[in-house]
Design a protein around this ligand. Structure first.
Ligand SMILES: [Zn+2]
Length: 78
């Protein structure tokens, strides 16, 4: 269940870093998770307002969510 993957990923980030995520309804600076065509974050690092993370309905898991949240908070890879 994808929403659970997101919750599990957030728990992983909160357990291992000082980052904290608060579930909301789209106010201020926030990340919207959705089922898109593939797995990606639309930004590297926090940006003003809405940023999005796509998690493929059939091709993602908790690890994918952890990975894409990493991009949303500023991690980049080759
Ligand atoms: Zn990546």
């Amino acid at each position: 269940m994808l929403k659970q993957n997101v919750y599990d990923a957030i728990q992983e980030w909160e357990t291992k870093t000082s980052l904290r995520f608060i579930e909301g309804t789209g106010y201020g600076d926030y990340i919207e998770f959705f089922h898109g065509d593939g797995n990606y974050s639309n930004s590297i690092g926090r940006k003003d307002g809405k940023q999005v993370i796509s998690l493929s309905e059939t091709g993602s898991n908790t690890g994918t969510a952890i990975h894409e949240i990493g991009h949303a908070v500023g991690l980049i890879h080759e």
